[in-house]
Design a protein around this ligand. Sequence first.
Ligand SMILES: [Zn+2]
Length: 133
Amino acid sequence: MTLSKKSKQQLRKTLEDMRQELLDEVRVQIERSRVKDHMGDLGDYATADMAAEYAHLFGERLRHKLQLIEDALDGIENGYYGYCEECEEPISEKRLQLMPFALYCVRCQSELERQAKLRGERFEEWYGASRNE
Ligand SMILES: [Zn+2]
């Protein structure tokens, strides 16, 4: 990867902020839901593990997004961040700044969108193909 140390730090920060937002969302939902009755006072302890454990209660999409963010952070740590899952080419930095947990480069993304469209599905950047509703 050709990302500079500074870019990586920025991307990590963005990802951590996104994760925090999601965790806050999970926490709010837990607080509002009856799960709380089984868990007692949550206080301030919403962690990634906890969210991963309970996120399934709040939908596949939220959990999926959280997983992507975790993977991206892992990737930054371990040096495999920023490569397209399809063609294994580096994803452009500009694109990563817009979508730090992007899985595909622009070219593969458009191709996947095109194929999904032919099947009558839509392809979301971070979620993959799903049926049009
Ligand atoms: Zn690609």
